[in-house]
Design a protein around this ligand. Structure first.
Ligand SMILES: NC(=O)c1ccc[n+]([C@@H]2O[C@H](COP(=O)([O-])OP(=O)(O)OC[C@H]3O[C@@H](n4cnc5c(N)ncnc54)[C@H](OP(=O)(O)O)[C@@H]3O)[C@@H](O)[C@H]2O)c1
Length: 267
């Protein structure tokens, strides 16, 4: 993997991608990526910093056969693990949690050297209105103490489902009904989670962007043509104003035809 923008004199090589399954021992590539993707100091301030991480095909698809995994590659998976390691919390929409079979982060999936004295793994926070989640699946039933799964829902959610989910996970009622991601993000900030990694999906990301909450987006462009069946990485909410926003390119990495781009929102 190498950095191709900004052109880095003599330091273009990020280093070889470490073997999977040895996530505890951070080598030069992980150290370099930890510095390249460090959250800005602003993330330590009052407002949380929201970073999205998405992968897309060259023709803009967010999934191959319903899942994003087919678009990924070794470099993308490494950056994914670095981004998770740097985050206080991972925010994900229930659609993605269901489609991708989300489960709690394991400690061999993050780099301890990047955890900065925080809990060994960041918790997953799922945003859901319907609470249509499997109570017995690992995402709810299998999270570790200190990184218990957080379920962010609304007052409109069925009370019986709220009670059932609360047996396993921390249920947080944020806002009256769906469509108010600011309440969910505020609830995370109130718990001290300021470095937020948004792993999608397109529906949640569209809402966060429309609400003006997104600070940066890391996009991996995968050297694949999906062919036009799948949706894009962002889906606008049905109502509300447009959310077009300027971005500044922070860096581009390249590996085997994959482009890993970090963009910061221009405020
Ligand atoms: N390319 C990538 O990097 C990437 C990343 C992630 C996902 N994906 C793909 O994207 C697809 C899933 O995306 P998606 O857009 O359908 O789902 P999504 O954005 O993950 O989740 C949408 C769901 O989140 C809940 N939700 C969102 N905003 C809410 C709010 N303000 N209040 C309450 N609940 C809220 C609702 O859940 P309820 O229905 O439970 O009420 C809604 O149906 C999958 O195919 C996945 O593989 C791709």
């Amino acid at each position: 993997m190498r950095q191709i923008f900004p052109a880095a004199e003599g330091a273009a090589e990020i280093g070889p991608i470490p073997r999977r399954g040895r996530r505890q021992e951070a080598g030069p590539a992980v150290t370099a990526l930890g510095a390249l993707y460090a959250y800005p100091d602003a993330a330590a301030g009052a407002a949380p910093w929201l970073r999205a991480s998405m992968v897309a095909s060259v023709d803009g698809a967010a999934s191959l056969e319903g899942r994003s995994g087919g678009l990924s590659g070794d470099a993308d998976r490494l950056v994914f693990s670095v981004l998770r390691s740097l985050a206080d919390v991972i925010l994900v929409g229930a659609g993605t949690a269901r489609a991708e079979g989300y489960r709690p982060v394991r400690d061999d999936e993050v780099w301890m050297a990047l955890r900065d004295g925080r809990a060994p793994v960041p918790p997953i926070a799922v945003v859901t209105g319907k609470l249509d989640l499997n109570d017995d699946a690992p995402l709810l039933a299998g999270s570790a103490e200190g990184a218990r799964t957080i379920v962010l829902t609304t007052e409109a959610a069925p009370a019986a489902r709220r009670a059932a989910v609360a047996r396993h996970a921390d249920v947080v009622v944020a806002g009256r009904d769906a469509g108010a991601p600011a309440a969910a993000v505020g609830a995370l900030a109130a718990r001290g989670y300021r470095r937020v990694l948004v792993e999608g999906g397109p529906g949640l990301l569209g809402q966060i962007t429309a609400a003006g909450l997104l600070d940066e987006i890391c996009v991996t462009v995968s050297p694949v043509l999906e062919g036009g069946r799948a949706g894009r990485i962002m889906a606008a909410p049905q109502a509300g104003p447009g959310a077009a926003a300027g971005l500044r390119l922070a860096h581009v990495l390249e590996d085997h035809g994959f482009l890993l781009c970090r963009y910061l929102r221009v405020r």
